[in-house]
Ligand binder design. Sequence first.
Ligand code: CAA
Length: 258
Amino acid sequence: MNYENIVTNIQGNVALVTLNRPEALNALSTPLTIELDDALGGFGQDGNIGAIVITGNEKAFAAGADIKEMANKSFVDCYMSNFITETWECVTQSRKPVIAAVAGFALGGGCELAMMCDFIIAANTAKFGQPEISLGIIPGAGGTQRLTRFIGKSKAMDMCLTGRMMDAEEAERAGLVSRIVSPESLIEESLKIAQTIADKSRPSTIMVKEAVNRAYETTLSEGIRYERRLFYSLFATEDQKEGMSAFAEKRPPRWQHR
Ligand code: CAA
């Protein structure tokens, strides 16, 4: 597929996806999300790729779903096209770790897309918000659910009911963002972090992601049981033998990803 709304690059074992509709602050139009779905599907299949970074530009990660595209949609249009579910969920379905590298606006669907990623690295210029309330709608790509899990009920209610923006420092304090970096170093730092992940044994990184996500979907005792089963299963891998031998022999491990 030829991409017109995103740009993809591969650096080492990391795929970088840059949202590329600067004229619309990277508003997440259907064509853009179809391309994102295609790109993430391809990176999922590519054995060379160990982690993915999604970013925007200095002004905006993404200012939301495309309001102009949505304006005339009817209920039936949304329902029958499986709007959002059809193409955006590629991010949550990726088995490989996905990092959101956010500078500028991450609003509405943009904030939701960042939250679909596994964690968020923010430039100190980042601004997060769920302004849908000012459009006569509510968040529709997981905002009320994921934001509440990230930052708790009080702040999530505040953000979704007032539509206000949260800066990077507040977002880090509240647990939405894992690290803040300078705008100039956002891509470099995010790629470095992604490469650190890509340098680990793949079965382990995929299982970490699966296990942490499980914490959001089940009770503590079920989650612990799930983690324990995954932990046991890693003892069937060559990489577990290699990782522990390498430690004892005081040398770096040579992962086979098997
Ligand atoms: N959809 C479509 N176009 C958008 C857009 C969006 N979400 N956000 C910005 N744009 C467009 C603007 O219309 C403008 O286009 P024109 O030059 O053709 O007029 C261009 O991007 C630049 O935007 P502004 O001139 O508005 O830039 P600004 O710096 O003055 O303001 C902003 C920046 C505060 C982010 C403002 O653009 C804004 O409020 N955008 C909308 C934010 C929003 O409401 N997002 C939620 C969308 S709904 C949603 O996402 C639903 C969901 O949960 C899935």
